[in-house]
Design a protein around this ligand. Structure first.
Ligand code: G3I
Length: 322
């Protein structure tokens, strides 16, 4: 059913999805979609600190390697996610004792080991993920607590390990939170002024049918004005954000919003278009169902049986005629 991709052929930029290595092995329909429909892949979880660096003296690259091998075999670009985050941090890092210099050594070692492992295979990295709260202040975290200026240092360390990788700052919810957006713009300006290598902005785009288009448009415009490359890095459109148990799927608003998102991306200057990545493959594996326990969510373009939804086809049709 999904042998041929219409969507990836309807766009001139990279189209991606986040994937789970177990599903790539166990589920043929999932694997076929990952293989046929997309031109870029992101590891949903397996390059995060907790999974890739489970003990101070041990990295576990097994699952990351599997995804990278799948990407190489199927001719995909591999996007790296994520080097520094407040979440999914292994216990040994939480327990780490040491002065500032020791913390810096520890984080530098983590970043450079992971980037070096995938040097030449991962095209771009979400170096730092979600560092700001909605009010624009720096999010409290292990890194903020122990390493002054950890964002700039992380970019510098990643760049030393792979000077060819594009380095991204990635975050969510910039629409609806102008102060968070401003904090990101200020960060970019500051890093550029100090000649710290940053090349891209990831706008996660975990949005929902009530998200305001004017806000989204503002965020995209402000992001593009930085001159950095832009990645819609984790796109999904929740249809039942309040988790109504009686909810019956209605796709019109969602479909129009998908069209709006794709149109907005196409309006970004071509040299700044890194691509659009969906977060997960189908409505069956969406994190919104698992993580938030919202069984009646349908945020993607493939249904629970891995069949293209009508929204997939209407998006293709729209892109071909818009
Ligand atoms: O694998 C374990 C399993 O062994 C255990 O029994 C189970 C019990 O909780 O947890 C399983 O791990 C879960 C893991 O996903 C794999 O499914 C974690 O609890 C769960 O926290 C983790 O959630 C991930 C989440 O990041 C963590 O915050 C989601 O899958 C992943 O989609 C999500 O991705 C993030 C991006 O990295 C950053 N942007 C937001 C995005 C959505 O939250």
């Amino acid at each position: 059913v999904n042998a041929q991709s219409l969507l990836k052929d309807a766009v001139s930029f990279r189209l991606g999805a986040s994937v789970n290595p177990r599903m790539l092995v166990e589920n043929e329909a999932y694997r076929n979609i990952a293989s046929n429909e997309f031109t870029s892949l992101t590891a949903e979880n397996h390059m995060k600190m907790m999974l890739i660096h489970p003990a101070a003296d041990r990295f576990d690259f097994t699952k990351g390697d599997e995804i990278v091998a799948f990407a190489a075999k199927t001719g995909k670009r591999m996007h790296g996610h994520t080097l520094v985050w407040h979440n999914q941090v292994p216990q040994w890092m939480k327990d780490f004792q040491g002065d500032q210099k020791a913390w810096e050594e520890m984080l530098k070692n983590h970043i450079q080991a992971v980037v070096t492992r995938y040097k030449g295979q991962v095209s771009g990295w979400d170096v730092v993920n979600e560092s700001f709260l909605d009010d624009g202040s720096l999010r409290p975290s292990l890194w903020a607590d122990h390493i002054p200026d950890y964002i700039a240092k992380s970019f510098q360390w990643a760049h030393e390990a792979d000077p060819n990788a594009l380095l991204f700052y990635n975050d969510y919810g910039q629409d609806g939170h102008p102060k968070k957006m401003q904090a990101i713009l200020d960060l970019v300006a500051d890093l550029k002024k100090r000649k710290i290598p940053i090349h891209g902005l990831g706008l996660q785009m975990h949005i929902n049918v009530d998200s305001k288009r004017t806000e989204i448009a503002r965020v995209i415009e402000q992001s593009a004005q930085t001159g950095l490359v832009i990645h819609f890095s984790e796109l999904d459109i929740a249809v039942n954000p309040k988790n109504n148990p009686e909810y019956i799927y209605e796709a019109n608003t969602q479909n129009e919003l998908f069209q709006f998102i794709f149109t907005s991306f196409r309006a970004i200057p071509a040299r700044q278009q890194y691509g659009i990545t969906f977060w997960n493959i189908s409505d069956k594996d969406t994190w919104l169902r698992g993580y938030f326990k919202r069984p009646k969510e349908y945020p993607l373009l493939f249904d629970e049986t891995y069949v293209k939804k009508p929204g997939y086809h209407s998006l293709v049709n729209y892109l071909q005629h818009a």
